[in-house]
Design a protein around this ligand. Sequence first.
Ligand code: PRX
Length: 646
Amino acid sequence: MQDKIHPVPAGWAESARVDDAAYQAMYQEALADPNGFWGRQAARLDWLKPFTKVKNTSYAPGAVSIKWFEDGALNVSANCVDRHVEARGDKVAILWEGDDPSESRRITYRELHREVQVFANVLLSLGVEKGDRVTLYMPMIPEAAFAMLACARIGAIHSVVFGGFSPDSLAGRISDCHSKLVITADEGVRGGRKVPLKHNTDLALTKTIGEEKVLVVRRTGAEVAMHAGRDFWYHEVAATVSEVCPPAEMNAEDPLFILYTSGSTGRPKGVLHTSGGYLLWASLTHELVFDLKEDDVFWCTADVGWVTGHSYIVYGPLANGATTVMFEGVPNYPSVSRCWEVIDKHAITIFYTAPTALRALMQAGDEPVKKTSRASLRLLGSVGEPINPEAWEWYWRVVGEGRCPIVDTWWQTETGGILISPLPGATDLKPGSATRPFFGVQPAIVDGEGNILEGATEGNLVLLDSWPGQMRTVYGDHERFEQTYFSTYKNMYFTGDGCRRDADGYYWITGRVDDVINVSGHRMGTAEVESALVSHPKVSEAAVVGYPHDIKGQGIYAYVTLMKGEAGSDALKKELVGWVRAEIGPIASPDLIQFAPGLPKTRSGKIMRRILRKIAEDEYGSLGDTSTLADPAVVDDLVANRQNRK
Ligand code: PRX
């Protein structure tokens, strides 16, 4: 079957920053001479001390090391703020849209400059020093961005924890990196509901070493407990500090942030990104993938708790002097027209969201979209999970009215920014394909043994060489970094994704091939959900797999074996869902729970997940070879009681 192709729309090749000829030439240039190419690209940043070395990277087994611009120095916050004040002081830097449609704020670059300096001085006054870790557990308010930039200004390393995570998850992340300070708010507001962030922080701090301080930003004005000597109101400290805080000189390889993300096994890993390479990557991809122009109003709907929010709400757009929209709410509040109304209200030109949101909005029909104008829109983007062609076509036809190219951007927390994506003035689009690699990105598809497959093929997606935005290590555990990403296939970075490449050289990401699931664009380790389940006193064993879900992309399917003498019931299912929500957070809630007297195990005791996945998908007719199971009879019971019947 011929793939459907949407050619680069008329006029785009001429007006865009990169056309196809430029794409081809620049891609070859970056391949042939990475030092020259990236040395020139890095001039887009302001350096306090110029670098003399560009690329110094190795994927060699046992000696993985990634350094870019290693003898250069810069300050990330100065690049995102200070250097724009002269030419763009009155331009809106952050356009904040509240959960309540009547609330919004416009913060100019000049105001941002002041806010970030004050925030940085507040951090200094609380004893935060260069290299210290600071955890943010914040709602989507401008202060979250001020806090990130303030950390960058003084050289503290931020670790943003999504506000939907539970106190336990927060505690684990605070402890893992020994944060000195937690920045939170009294409450968050989402979809008309309050989120008790300060209260959750208090609970989390009962499980840490207890030496952390807490800085509380006032959002709702709710009464919250303040522990004398430990907790400080931001506005009170801010009133006592100077408005001037010079940016610290940071080495290009000094850490900028840690962001915890789920993997196949164990607890979430602290993905570490550094200053120079990361900022270069975030800003260059933001400019070229979104074809940024001076007057654009750019809206990425992510939360700053995820990498998408780091790179495409805060660092990329602000490094580029763009106007970035920060949205506190959710796409369906107060109505399913909210996104489109916000687009009209602020004359947004570029809209970047996740397929799960599109699928949910698509279900509400075309009318809630069509009653808005969306005339300001010129470009659309997608991120976080594979976009099914139906959702792509709807995005194209209904939201963009056949006028706006769609950039389907593939990347990961680990990659720092976009790696595979169309460039709107250069790339013909195929619905469902992330299309072609960005400059410096060398994807390859390998079989199970690591043999590189050529031409049109399918297999596992690896990257053959480093790019400036790549993560540098797992915080505090370089061995785990090597083990996770560089041990499956030697001398290659393994993405964990399956992928197809077609005859035109276009890449089609097919989803994770490891035990990571992607629920509503949120990454979750099955092992994390399992360990939450088995911590319940009535649960003896649990196995969790993903299954196809119309809106979420993947849903969470849990097989639970109860302790002897316990009986499964709907009430217990509810209790277990509540338990997992409390342990990890609502995003980890199992969608389906099946009580299973036994799990399919090999004679050596290994759970055969392949079988569990098939049953969860309702594909029990093709279970494959079950003869190696210790007790083949358990499969019959699992099939008979399966929860997902199509
Ligand atoms: O499976 C891929 C999927 O999301 C994973 C990375 O998740 P996370 O680190 O949370 O970062 C999400 C935001 C960048 C990938 O391994 N993924 C991300 N973007 C796409 C995608 N799958 C298909 N198409 C995409 N455009």
